[in-house]
Design a protein around this ligand. Structure first.
Ligand code: C6P
Length: 411
């Protein structure tokens, strides 16, 4: 816990990219759920790595290779602390959330699922936590079932959970924070209910890891995945955490260099986890930048970040709900730092295009949650998503822009 509240405006100054104009207007970056911006500390760590330490890892016995290896493995240990894993051996570096889920589906899923088994998901999953399971179901003959969403307020109907957790369910995969509606799901409770029935659990932490304190042991899941680029780190690197005993029992996902102990022409003996899941030369600068991002976020305190983003989202919600001709999605309570909306008779893409002309970066579309959009009876929404460097003044300007867009389409 940080004793004094963070100086948010000083922190904002750590992000060089925010200090610019777009279409002649000061940039207001409200597309943080897609990717966050990077502070100077992360950019500097990347430059330092390439200027001083760059080499391949785990192979050389020369100084630079030793330094690169120490940086790479140091980032793994730092990641374990970031999510309170029991050991760095439970941390697998991936390309991102998407690859982490595909790894579990292809390795754990292929080993443990058979025809007739059920994979339980929720109706608010991102395509990343849906399509890999569909592919696995097609291969194995397993089926998919879904915990329903209640409607525009975007909550899960957990009164249905126990009856959905049938004997056939082998895995329950759920999103921690919905990228389309901002819902914060009670994942610890959901995992506990699954565990009672012997069901393995995976939590998609793409929208949560950098926004609130994450403790995988307290959540009680079996797998947790997230992406560096959404938490102030570089793109192209992400994390799969898995319980040691599960990872150790899982077959490799990809074959190649680095993941082997011995290779003969007919057979191979593999390293233990996590190395058996990291075939080939990995992204090395990625973990270096991610390490700097995790240090940066934890110096602020993720409980502070969550409070800040939640306050901004509530403020935005209250200001938008006061307008006529607007439909808002997601819960009033248990909302993370994003607001999804639709203006009457205006396509979400038009909102985003006009907002861009005013310097405001939003996202419009199905947000890679097409089934959820269909469930809500819409094709798309416009979304403003916040991070700790965003301000109330920016929200005020954004609301003015929304009003101008409404006026534009009324005339
Ligand atoms: N959501 C958004 O604008 P990757 O692309 O692997 O880093 O993350 C995928 C992903 C998985 N789960 C959730 C809940 C997500 O929000 C995302 C990425 C971005 O909402 C891009 S669609």
């Amino acid at each position: 816990m940080t004793a004094t509240p963070p100086d948010w405006s000083a922190l904002r100054a750590d992000f060089p990219i925010l200090d610019q104009k777009v279409h002649g207007q000061p940039l207001i970056y409200f597309d943080n759920a897609a990717t966050s911006q990077k502070p100077r500390a992360v950019i500097d760590a990347l430059v330092r790595y390439y200027e001083r330490d760059n080499a391949n890892v785990h192979r050389g016995i020369h100084e630079l290779s030793n330094r690169a290896t120490a940086a790479y493995e140091g980032a793994r240990a730092r990641t374990a602390r970031f999510i309170n894993a029991r050991s760095a051996d439970e941390i697998v570096f991936t390309r991102g959330t998407t690859e982490g889920i595909n790894l579990v589906a292809n390795s754990w899923g292929a080993k443990n699922l058979k025809a007739g088994d059920v994979i339980l998901l929720t109706e608010m999953e991102h395509h990343s936590n849906l399509v890999p399971w569909q592919l696995l179901a097609q291969r194995t003959g397993a089926k998919l079932a879904y915990v329903p969403v209640t409607g525009d307020e975007g909550l899960l109907d957990l009164s249905r959970l126990d009856s959905l957790l049938t004997e056939q369910v082998k895995l329950f995969a759920m999103v921690h924070i919905s990228n389309s509606m901002g819902t914060v799901n009670p994942v610890a409770e959901m995992c506990a209910r699954a565990r009672k029935r012997g069901v393995a659990t995976l939590v998609d932490g793409a929208q949560s890891a950098g926004h609130l304190p994450v403790d995988v042991q307290a959540i009680g899941c079996d797998f947790f995945v997230f992406s560096s680029h959404k938490i102030c780190g570089p793109t192209g690197i992400g994390v799969l955490w898995g319980r040691q005993e599960l990872l150790d029992a899982m077959p490799p996902y990809q074959g190649g260099g680095e993941m082997i102990l011995t290779v003969e022409y007919q057979q191979t003996e593999f390293k233990k986890a996590p190395h058996r899941f990291e075939a080939g030369t990995p992204d090395i600068s990625g973990p270096v930048g991610l390490h700097a991002a995790m240090d940066y976020l934890d110096a602020i305190g993720r409980e502070n970040i969550f409070r800040h983003d939640q306050e901004l989202a509530h403020y935005t919600y209250e200001r938008l709900v006061a307008l006529n001709g607007i439909r808002l999605f997601g819960p009033k309570q248990h909302r993370a730092g994003l607001v999804s909306f639709l203006l009457q008779d205006v396509h979400a893409h038009d909102v985003v295009t006009l907002a861009d002309q005013a310097g405001v970066a939003l996202r419009g579309g199905h947000h890679c949650t097409q089934p959820l959009m269909h469930r809500l009876g819409v094709e798309s929404t416009a979304r403003a998503s916040f991070y700790f460097y965003n301000t109330r003044d920016e929200v005020d300007r954004f609301v003015e822009v929304v009003k101008e867009i409404q006026k534009f389409f009324q005339t």
